[in-house]
Design a protein around this ligand. Structure first.
Ligand SMILES: Cc1cc2nc3c(=O)[nH]c(=O)nc-3n(C[C@H](O)[C@H](O)[C@H](O)COP(=O)(O)O)c2cc1C
Length: 177
């Protein structure tokens, strides 16, 4: 019922996906599946089986999607997200790329919203230091913003807080009874 689909080139977002799965699992009924998008990028239809998708994508190459999400992205258009609740998370580097920090979650978030998704798990920009981001709308990130390059010591706490927030926003039918 819940899958975490991530792309990751330097393994930071993979680590976040696994940590989020471990943190969220006790709250939900069915086993959370953790999927590397590289393994399904030509076969994204299977994502429609899930009620909830957590989508993880770091920003690479100055405002671009991670390479496997780059490949998968056009195939999203064939999907109907109207029954799917989506939460986004990503890794970025706010000091190295202050004009494009976390662009990827905004690129994917905007597209899945156009395709019908309900987005949960938006995250405040307070405490981050950057200038511009496609990943921000109305003063909030599209999802959890992690920065393993500069603030890895904050990652565990951010994941715990975000998962606690998600539990209050998830569709009730996916929660453990
Ligand atoms: C060449 C290069 C370009 C990058 N471009 C951006 C960027 O535009 N925005 C951003 O927030 N982070 C950027 N980053 C930082 C990565 O997103 C960050 O290192 C992230 O943790 C990588 O995630 P991954 O290990 O899951 O691939 C860039 C890193 C490199 C090496």
């Amino acid at each position: 019922m819940i899958a975490i689909v991530y792309g990751s080139s330097a393994l930071n977002t993979q680590g976040a996906a696994e940590a989020i799965a471990a943190e969220l699992q006790p709250y939900v009924g069915a086993a959370i599946e953790v999927i590397d998008v590289a393994t399904i990028k030509d076969n994204l239809e299977q994502l429609q089986e899930y009620r909830v998708l957590l989508i993880g994508c770091p920003t690479w190459n100055i405002g671009e999607l991670q390479i496997d999400w780059e490949d998968a992205f056009p195939h999203l258009d064939a999907l109907d997200f109207s029954t799917i609740t989506v939460a986004l998370f990503g890794c970025g580097d706010q000091y190295g790329y202050p004009d494009n920090f976390q662009d990827a979650i905004g690129i994917i978030g905007r597209r899945v919203r156009e395709l019908g998704a309900t987005i949960i798990g938006r995250w405040p920009t307070d405490g981050y230091d950057f200038d511009a981001s496609v990943g921000v709308e109305d003063g909030m990130f599209f999802g959890l913003a992690l920065d393993e390059d500069n603030e890895s010591e904050l990652t565990v706490g951010r994941i715990q807080a975000w998962v606690a927030q998600l539990v209050t926003e998830l569709p009730p039918e996916v929660l453990a009874t």
